[in-house]
Design a protein. Structure first.
Length: 284
């Protein structure tokens, strides 16, 4: 079956790319919230051959402060150096994967696109699907790469901050999407953040619903249907708990043709750090 996705590649396509002439870097982004070393240990135990590791909190996030949420923007200068050290510049094709349905890999995908990188993709089915297909894995660390200069060009239009969201509340031309599971969106439970509920007016689109029962991404036409209630001329802002699982929704929107959707990076954990910000519960 032909892969109609723009940013998601099949296992077969990965094998083809690895055997081709174009430079390709595989990025292992596995991570478990609350288990700091779990992803690094999983990488050490086995990963796609030649893959380099990027940790959500050490590489793809900055230090946590009073505001900014649980996974704020990393220092971009440091991130650019890390990308270059691992053999990635703006001409290098990069394929990211994890074993959490694409949540962490999509954060990596979004960050590289934010830095102006156009050749970054997600492995459909992730690490688990790769192993289940009987494809090769390795426990050997990636060989040292020839250092490169990434040369990023920040795409500020992809991002909004808390003040942007607050001034858009109740604005007819803006659609706010909450990517968390429905019970957290409705405020029925909250095991991570200090307040339960959602930003007033937000629509709930649970990020995992972008995947089929087999753990692979839905076709672009089905993803387009998921967001079919949003008019082409409406602005889209996506958030989650901390700016991570919003990224799979941003990827799904991009697959559906909405590459203009923007991320509220601090997300819910940033929003509630301002006591004056309104919070609501239940369905909208």
């Amino acid at each position: 079956m032909v892969n109609q996705h723009r940013f998601i590649v099949s296992r077969e396509q990965v094998m083809e790319k690895l055997g081709g002439e174009e430079p390709v870097v595989l990025a292992d982004c596995r991570f478990q919230l609350g288990q700091q070393k779990c992803g690094q240990e999983a990488y050490a135990a086995g990963h796609l051959p030649g893959a380099v590791y990027f940790d959500l909190e050490e590489d793809l996030s900055g230090p946590v402060g009073e505001h900014g949420g649980r996974h704020p923007m990393p220092d971009l200068g440091v991130l650019l150096l890390k990308l270059g050290e691992r053999g990635i510049d703006r001409n290098t094709a990069v394929i990211a994967y994890d074993d959490q349905g694409g949540a962490m890999a999509a954060r990596f995908w979004w960050l590289l696109r934010f830095l102006g990188h156009e050749k970054v993709y997600l492995l459909d089915g992730g690490y688990r699907g790769w192993v289940q297909a009987g494809l090769p894995v390795s426990s050997e660390p990636a060989a040292p790469a020839e250092p490169k200069v990434f040369g990023g060009r920040v795409q500020n239009q992809m991002l909004v901050v808390m003040e942007d969201v607050r001034e858009r509340l109740d604005r007819p031309g803006t659609v706010l999407i909450d990517s968390r599971e429905p019970r957290r969106y409705r405020g029925e439970e909250e095991a991570i953040d200090k307040k339960a509920g959602h930003i007033p007016g937000a629509r709930n689109r649970f990020w995992k619903d972008n995947l089929g029962a087999d753990g692979r991404w839905l076709p672009p036409e089905e993803l387009k249907t998921r967001f079919g209630d949003i008019a082409p001329d409406q602005e889209i802002i996506v958030y989650c708990g901390s700016g991570v699982t919003a990224c799979p929704n941003l990827l799904a929107l991009a697959e559906a043709g909405r590459t203009d959707a923007r991320l509220y990076l601090g997300s819910w954990s940033d929003w509630i750090s301002y006591p004056e910000n309104p919070v609501t519960t239940g369905e909208e």
